[in-house]
Design a protein around this ligand. Sequence first.
Ligand code: SAM
Ligand code: DTB
Ligand code: SF4
Length: 355
Amino acid sequence: MNSAANNPLVIRHDWTVEETEALLRLPFNDLLFRAQTVHREYHDPNAVQVSTLLSIKTGACPEDCAYCPQSARYDTGLERERLMEVEAVIEKAKAAKAAGSDRFCMGAAWRSPKERDMPYVLAMVKGVKELGLETCMTLGMLDEGKANALAEAGLDYYNHNLDTSPEFYGEIITTRTYSDRLNTLSNVRNAGMKVCSGGILGMGESDKDRAGLLVQLANLPSHPDSVPINQLVKVAGTPLEAQGDLDPLDFIRTIAVARIMMPASHVRLSAGREEMSEEMQAMCFFAGANSIFYGECLLTTPNPAANKDQALFRKLGINSEHRVTKAPQELDEILAVSAPEGDLFYDASQGSVQH
Ligand code: SAM
Ligand code: DTB
Ligand code: SF4
């Protein structure tokens, strides 16, 4: 091991699968202590970034991702929908902002966006950005041209997950390769957008596969700004519908190791929260998760209701991140456009719920 490997606070890009597996196997308390120590060096321990998802084009996807309710190959009873109208997307973004979200993520069930879709998608980016929200999209694979067009329109983040280790990947998806995914991430990075990339746990992968995924993410030329860790949502009709349950402690361990390996990134406790207890989510935050999807729906499956998340934040003394990072006049603007009847997130520094 070199000296950088001995300093847990250094940003590294030379992780090995073996040392990552060793981190995953640490005694639980040692692992969580280490993750929390790193977390506090790089982040406010009581701030969580809040994103809202919207499916702008649902179902009938040509890909065969074994976890996905939107693949045309599986009968999941999902009603397919065309690309939404730009105005309807802006209305949803306004509602997300009023509910206290600070990033709006738009997802499409595409292999990659078609040329004819681009004008609409670019108009969505511009319109959502004008509301003062951060923008994120996940539209499938991007070539250089489309990545540049999205960046020029002002898209802040692009989500494209590696999903699992290179070794396990072929068990889950056959219609696009691991290097296709790495190429898209490289096009996104080169276009100057922030990268959001992570994976899914609970698909039958081994500890070594979890380590393999984290190594791929942490050894990218720069760490993804945002790392979503999803727990598989088992959807009837998909090949993974009867997959056995993941041990919650293994999920928390993986969050902790992601935090240690990518100290400055936002690690998102993503899909699967609907099945998690408050205690488990609290453990995930302690292990270093500092971002969530907020709002009653992920893309097509349920997520905890907004008031449940507000109550959880209040119990844990957690603030939505924009409250602590935005300049005071910006915060005033946010409060001014918020629906007066809706509780915003608890502001722990004030000790009361903000209206
Ligand atoms: N079609 C685009 C793509 O695959 O890049 C964008 C949308 S896709 C639904 C975005 C991500 O959602 C997937 O890469 C996967 O990691 C996650 N996802 C999809 N279905 C899921 C499920 N049932 N449980 C957990 N995560 C899921
Ligand atoms: C990510 O990693 N998780 C989100 C987002 N990126 C696009 C999607 C989760 C989807 C869960 C299944 C569904 O709701 O369709
Ligand atoms: Fe299509 Fe994306 Fe679902 Fe795969 S994850 S089937 S690419 S929508």
